[in-house]
Write a protein that binds this ligand. Structure first.
Ligand code: PMP
Length: 357
């Protein structure tokens, strides 16, 4: 029996996708080998790869002046690749530090570019800054933002509009929210939440950025090389791309980003309503305006009760609800493929638990 899977990523994927992959896995369409055993330059993989790239473009509704790249190494690698590719000598980038992931974006990025903090919401990171709280210095090349902080459970209700292009880490709400293309130069995210297994990031990059990028970078670190070679300059993460293509097709069938956005908001509301109507038994530690739609962080009155509740979730065939070790408490991650029944099951358990304590 499949568990109600509230893991933060890797996480639950559509059952139909897993089953389809299972049926194709050992002998890919009668080829006598698995797709992951074939050359990535062969026709079978090529078709899968190009379809996945096309789906990543169409689901995101990426305009023609953006390239779509598949880059191995996850979102963390983009903390370095973005400043490497965007900042020429003498240029500076800004980072809105709104939680653990943007903080890493700053500390990692500093190895490769002149970055500064335009905002620091620490140590608690309970809310996102408004535009006038973002201090953008003259001559800033871009502002890096994390649209949804996976650990802290906060999201920008709307994207900053501060007169410089954005670099957006959308890992934990990737394609379940429209991308503000007109004020963005780079969008990236690890695929292992809404979109597939782990192993790569999808990067959308404005074409004019490629032209201006430093030419001193090694091939695997240059967005331009990925763009020119359809993300096949070197061996791509074939399994991840294969599965991501299937999930993207599934998302398209659901109605694309608009459908995911609605279902994500709906699922989050079910749990926030339980929290808000629990007479303080459950507590959301974050500013209500900035509550995440995918990572609902909540607390109980004591750590002992939190442990007891966590044990009850395990007994109820739920997994992944322990809060991140940096913040404690509970966290329900509810990505694209999490069925509504799982959300209802958690809501039911929360109501029952609070009523009997
Ligand atoms: N950014 C965000 C918002 C994330 O949630 C994560 C992973 N949880 C990362 C970056 C890092 O991603 P990866 O593990 O793919 O490097």
């Amino acid at each position: 029996m499949r568990a109600h899977n509230f893991s933060a990523g890797p996480c639950t994927l559509p059952l139909s996708v897993l089953q389809e992959a299972q049926a194709e896995f050992v002998d890919y369409h009668g080829a006598g080998a698995s797709l992951i055993e074939m050359s990535h330059r062969g026709p079978a993989y090529d078709a899968v790869h190009m379809e996945a790239l096309a789906l990543a473009r169409s689901v995101a509704q990426a305009p023609s002046d953006f390239e779509v790249l598949f880059v191995g190494g996850g979102a963390t690698m983009q903390f370095a690749m973005a400043p490497m590719n965007l900042l020429s000598t003498g240029q500076r980038g800004a980072v809105a530090v709104t939680g653990a992931w943007s903080k890493k974006g700053l500390s990692d990025g500093l190895h490769h570019g002149d970055l500064y903090s335009a905002f620091d919401g620490g140590p608690d990171y309970r809310s996102m800054p408004s535009d006038d709280q973002l201090h953008i210095e003259a001559g800033t090349r871009y502002l890096h933002v994390c649209s949804n902080e996976t650990i802290g459970g906060i999201r920008f209700p709307s994207f900053p509009d501060v007169g410089v292009p954005l670099v957006i880490d959308m890992s934990s709400e990737y394609l379940s929210r429209p991308i503000p293309w007109d004020r963005t130069d780079v969008v990236f995210g690890g695929v292992q939440k809404n979109l597939g297994p782990s192993g790569m990031a999808i990067v959308y990059v404005r074409k004019s950025v490629l032209e201006a990028a430093p030419t001193t970078l090694a091939s695997a670190l240059r967005y331009e090389v990925y763009a020119q070679k359809d993300s096949m300059y070197n061996t791509p993460p074939v399994f991840t791309i294969w599965m991501t293509g299937k999930v993207l097709k599934w998302i398209k069938g659901q109605g694309g980003t608009a459908a995911l956005q609605a279902s994500s908001a709906g699922k989050a509301k079910v749990i926030y309503d339980i929290i808000d109507n629990s007479n303080g038994f459950f507590r959301s530690p974050v500013e209500s305006r900035d509550r995440s739609h995918t990572n609902v962080v909540f607390r109980l009155p004591t750590v002992e009760l939190e442990q007891e509740f966590l044990a009850a979730t395990v007994d109820a065939n739920m997994m992944g609800l322990k809060g991140h070790r940096e913040v404690g408490g509970l966290r329900a991650s509810m990505y694209a493929a999490l069925p509504e029944q799982s959300v209802e099951a958690l809501a039911g358990l929360m109501s029952q638990f609070s009523a009997t304590r």
